[in-house]
Design a protein around this ligand. Structure first.
Ligand code: GLA
Length: 726
């Protein structure tokens, strides 16, 4: 609900309030974000003091009034606010001035889509939008701030549109999507999710401090190294208590998330496209729209904050058939064969898999061009008939005849020097004029800002998808951008290439996912290197990590769960010893961990013993039985694997609280062991539940806890089904 009183705008969700106000100088102030309160004017909380060296806009008489100290909704560089700015322009005369003042506002039911970029969506009943227009009187630059309020979800989505109203060119040097000035609640920790290839989204919690704290990527992709999701919370906040604010950026390219604690101990948070190497030229009348930031707040700790994101991304971001349809349990041949496969080997894997309840075979890297290893052939998207005798349609028919679907791997954004595509179009490579460029995995990146490149990929991929009954695409991206320069753009537009790359990618994905609406797309970037909300709009699942070690995956999936739904987490059972860590874990444990995600296999099933195959059969049946609970239930992190090295536990609870599933892994067995008691969450406290034929009250399970039977052995795991009986 959006309440308005004399240019006071109060955005209400079920449990949160966000407020802004136009002041006497037409500056749009930020007055509050936090627990739900009424629509009282909260600008009384802003106390201005003359701090010295914090200047005053011309015409303002009070020396205490300075843009350098008051909380604002959208800040510009160059006119006296020395803190982090959201907008930096260069006017045609070379100046940076842009003084934004309120002009008008509009409120409407529903939410507009963003031009060329994914965003969350809702019906007119589900979401209401406020647009506030600000303007610089001298340059006629206009800025429209948009706030879409999803009341029942405690979600507010923000984006910004900049319009060049001048009759001369305007250069944008920085346009961020969101600023929140916390002038009252400001003693925060920042939680961010760092990592590297094969170890993504480790959780790091740091107190914010005077000066700036930055989480970012300039790799051209959201990256394994930092994720475009951060949380600001009380120092004392836990899974179940404390104030927590989430900021999630629906974008797959360079980003920045930054806190700044100022001279008055106020915290400013900003987020958006990274300004490094960014410039965007606007001709008179042109506009630029930013990607959106999805904000949420919980006064009941981190668990609730995560569940807010799980709901909004599951129901208001993911699209297409597989938003709701059950996704097939798949077997991927990558760790089974790497490049060493042919059609016979694949069909043999499919034959065994089909008998065990697995529903789809995914043919990974190596089926095209001259791709016998990872040094060549990217770009040559035609079938290697030496490997696949009879071509794709023959393979597909044989796999389909077993009752299995067939999926296929692509890495569309890439090009190998040793490829027909490179020989035909060396100028399609993203690299600086006249230089050799930087190789990574011995490959270059295609210039996705070019329409001809996008069209080529659309045709090449369509041709493959049309040639057989392909029902799944794994969309990979195995290096980051460097030497970013496009042969298609003039020098003054080279600062647009990083962003245009992302727009080209989105455009291609939009065209393909619309044309092949029944095909399941899975995102991937060397595992979870592009695990961001924007990619979820095209692919409802993303391969979470190239690290398939079940014990490492507990940490990786734990970190991922803070900002992303379990239904998005690509997770497979792989062979032992594990190929990345050489660790051995029981097959049952690998199943329990992989089930907290999309579930599948990534091993040579033909090498398994009969006993192991029986376990696989049980696992696929168990996953199908729990599918709804896992993919659509509420998720509770019960332990933090970064702190608790003894055991890990997590829980799914059905939306109607009729059922739950407790997952448990013993990380380090003890002799003469300490008893493990786990307090469950999310149950109906008035109800009775049954676990292993024993009855408990919901309240008892949540307050006194559940005592886990004593277990021994390396990485032993268990699942406990909790069923409501009355
Ligand atoms: C990336 C992916 C893997 C696999 C390989 C193939 O690393 O994350 O799953 O597809 O590429 O080259």
């Amino acid at each position: 609900m959006i309440q308005m009183k004399n240019k006071l705008f109060t955005l209400q969700t079920t449990n949160t309030t966000y407020q802004m106000k136009v002041d006497q100088y037409d500056v749009l102030l930020h007055t509050y974000y936090g627990s739900r309160i009424d629509d009282s004017d909260l600008s009384y909380t802003i106390q201005s003091v003359d701090r010295g060296f914090s200047g005053n806009p011309y015409g303002v008489v009070e020396r205490s009034y300075s843009l350098d100290t008051i909380p604002q909704e959208y800040t510009t560089f160059g006119t006296g606010d020395y803190r982090s700015s959201c907008l930096q322009v260069m006017n045609s005369d070379g100046s940076h001035d842009c003084e934004l003042r309120y002009v008008k506002h509009e409120v409407y039911q529903g939410k507009k889509t963003l031009e060329g970029m994914p965003s969350i969506y809702g019906t007119e009943q589900e979401v209401e939008t406020l647009e506030v227009t600000l303007k610089d009187e001298i340059s006629n630059v206009e800025v429209i701030l948009s706030y879409s309020v999803f009341e029942t979800l405690d979600i507010i989505a923000r984006s910004v549109k900049v319009i060049n109203g001048a009759d001369k060119q305007l250069k944008l040097q920085k346009v961020l999507s969101c600023c929140v000035d916390f002038h009252i609640a400001n003693d925060f920790d920042m939680i961010s999710f760092y990592g590297r290839h094969s170890y993504e989204r480790a959780v790091e919690r740091t107190p914010v401090r005077h000066g700036k704290l930055v989480v970012d990527s300039v790799r051209g992709a959201s990256s394994h190294h930092q994720n475009p999701f951060v949380i600001l919370c009380d120092h004392q906040a836990t899974e179940t208590t404390g104030n927590c604010y989430g900021f999630s950026f629906v974008y797959s390219g360079n980003f920045i998330a930054q806190t700044e604690v100022d001279q008055a101990n106020q915290t400013r948070f900003v987020m958006g496209i990274h300004p490094t190497a960014f410039e965007f030229l606007l001709e008179p009348g042109d506009s630029f729209t930013t990607p959106e930031v999805v904000m949420s707040y919980s006064e009941h700790g981190l668990g609730q904050l995560s569940r807010n994101y799980h709901k909004v991304y599951r129901h208001h971001l993911c699209r297409g058939k597989y938003k709701t349809a059950r996704r097939p349990i798949l077997i991927n041949n990558w760790e089974a064969t790497y490049f060493d496969f042919d059609d016979k080997k694949l069909v043999k894997i499919a034959e065994d898999a089909a008998k065990l309840g697995i529903e789809m075979l995914v043919m990974d890297d190596g089926w095209f061009g001259n791709r016998f290893d990872d040094n060549r052939a990217l770009g040559d998207w035609f079938v290697n008939e030496e490997k696949l005798k009879g071509g794709l349609s023959s393979l597909c028919e044989r796999v389909n005849a077993l009752g299995m679907k067939l999926g296929i791997w692509f890495e569309p954004e890439m090009i190998s020097e040793d490829s027909d595509l490179y020989r035909a179009h060396p100028d399609w490579v993203l690299r600086t004029n006249g230089r050799k460029g930087t190789l990574s995995r011995n490959q270059f990146v295609l210039d996705m800002s070019r329409k001809d490149v996008e069209d080529y990929l659309f045709e090449a991929i369509s041709k493959i998808l049309d040639s057989a009954n392909i029902e799944y695409v794994k969309w990979d991206m195995n290096r980051h951008l460097s030497n970013v320069w496009s042969a298609k753009l003039p020098p003054e537009r080279q600062g647009e290439v990083y962003h245009r790359y992302v727009l080209g990618l989105y455009s291609l994905l939009e065209r393909l996912t619309t044309k092949y609406e029944d095909v399941l797309f899975e995102g991937c970037s060397g595992g979870g290197g592009r695990f961001d909300p924007a990619m979820l709009a095209y692919s409802p699942q993303i391969w979470c990590s190239d690290n398939t070690d079940a014990i490492d995956r507990i940490n990786i999936q734990y970190g991922t769960s803070f900002g992303y739904p379990i239904s998005a987490v690509g997770s497979h059972v792989s062979a032992c010893p594990n190929h990345q860590t050489r660790r051995s874990t029981p097959l049952h444990t690998r199943g329990v961990v992989a089930m907290s995600g999309t579930f599948g296999y990534e091993l040579d099933i033909n090498q398994m013993t009969e006993e192991e195959k029986e376990i696989v059969k049980e696992q696929t049946a168990t996953f199908k039985r729990y599918y709804d609970l896992i993919s659509d239930g509420d998720y509770y992190r019960l332990t933090n694997p970064f702190d608790n090295h003894y055991y890990a536990a997590w829980e799914f609870v059905a939306q109607d609280q009729s059922k739950a599933l407790l997952n448990f892994v013993l990380l380090k067995p003890q002799s003469n062991p300490q008893i493990i008691n786990i307090k469950l969450q999310g149950l109906d406290k008035e109800a009775k539940y049954c676990i292993n034929d024993q009855t408990y009250s919901g309240q008892a399970l949540m307050k006194a806890g559940f005592s886990v039977p004593v277990m021994y052995g390396d990485y032993t795991a268990a699942q406990f089904e909790i069923v409501k009986i009355s």
